[in-house]
Design a protein around this ligand. Structure first.
Ligand code: ADE
Ligand code: ZN
Length: 335
């Protein structure tokens, strides 16, 4: 089973690039930019990763991101992630970035997006991966600030496939961002949103009805509302579930309590993703392995999770079919 999981071709659809910043790279980049961290050592950083909720984590995540200043920093960060998941047979990635975390510190939007985009381009040619970039608005900031960020992104819109919504969920319902998402769709962006991670099922309804989200990031609390489950199933809305993240942020007390298997059995388009792997204890394979062991997932479940991610990917039909064919050939070989 472990070999089967390691080698199966897969896609990652829920990954914050700032959440891949490993402490070693945080220190290396911090040093070359002359940025003082409040942590004394790599070990100090890792020791701080004891979270009891989303906000605990976000406070440290935004702190770490302060070392990122130059285009090359964003390139190095993205490239480190891409080479790592390439070794895990991740064939397609869609990466979130949080421009406001950087522009609010005076880093130009162009610096951020150029570094990430250049690494994604190199992955397409050198690693034969397909890639997409999704710009997230920080929901704890105002709708006006989100609109300004959208305007900054317009000159780069060929590089960005979708917009999303992340950061502190409680107190920041999706409806706050209706106008921004309307404008984003008019400009040709697809839409996704974090909802139902810590927040109630009502926020998932809002993400669908007000933001026209094509996928829901996390969405695990949908099971509290039968009508919502029906809607997600009927409309084949994917849920980008992040097992290790959910346990680390205490959305579930333990992996054994995670509802990933329940979501699959309800016929929902659940997928497995790593969210912020540097902070939550593992990349794609670690997420699959932890969920498989705790929930007793069968090969058929793993296949379904991967297939769901290919079906829900924001790529052209031709690439989608090629990915699914690669998966089916892998399954035939593994049988
Ligand atoms: N930003 C980075 N990771 C996040 C998560 N899991 N939820 C909300 N915002 C985030
Ligand atoms: Zn997330």
């Amino acid at each position: 089973m472990e070999t089967f999981i390691r080698n199966i071709p897969k896609a990652e659809l829920h990954l914050h690039i700032e959440g891949t910043l490993e402490p070693e790279l945080m220190f290396a980049i911090g040093e070359r930019n002359g940025v003082e961290l409040r942590f004394g050592s790599v070990e100090d950083v890792r020791r701080a990763y004891e979270f009891t909720n989303l906000q605990d984590f976000l406070d440290i995540y935004y702190e770490g991101a302060k070392v990122l200043q130059e285009e090359q920093d964003f390139y190095d960060l993205t490239w480190a992630y891409l080479t790592k998941v390439h070794e895990q047979n991740v064939r397609h990635v869609e990466i979130f970035f949080d421009p406001q975390t950087h522009t609010d510190r005076g880093i130009p939007f162009e610096t951020v997006v150029s570094g990430i985009h250049r690494a994604l381009g190199d992955a397409e040619t050198a690693l034969e991966m397909s890639t997409g970039l999704i710009m997230c608005f920080l929901r704890h900031l105002s709708a006006e600030a989100a609109m300004e960020t959208l305007e900054m992104a317009l000159p780069f819109k060929e590089w960005i496939i979708a917009v999303g919504l992340d950061s502190s969920e409680i107190g920041h319902p999706p409806e706050k961002f209706v106008e921004v998402f309307d404008r984003a769709r008019e400009e040709g962006f697809l839409t996704v949103a974090h909802a139902g991670e810590e927040g109630p099922p009502e926020f998932i309804w809002q993400a669908l009805d007000f933001l026209k989200a094509g996928r829901i990031d996390h969405g695990v609390r949908c099971v509290e509302d039968d009508r919502l489950v029906e809607r997600l199933r009927d409309e084949k809305i994917a849920l980008t579930v992040c097992p290790l993240s959910n346990v680390k942020l205490c959305v579930f007390d333990a992996m054994e309590q995670h509802n990933l298997k329940q979501l699959l059995d309800l016929g929902l388009r659940a997928t497995v993703n790593s969210d912020d792997p540097s902070y939550f204890g593992g990349y794609m394979n670690a997420n699959f392995l932890a969920a498989q062991r705790a929930l007793g997932l069968e090969k058929e479940d793993i296949y379904r999770l991967v297939r769901n991610s290919f079906e829900a990917a924001f790529v052209g039909e031709e690439r989608k079919e090629a990915l699914i064919q690669e998966l089916d050939e892998y399954m035939e070989g593994a049988a």
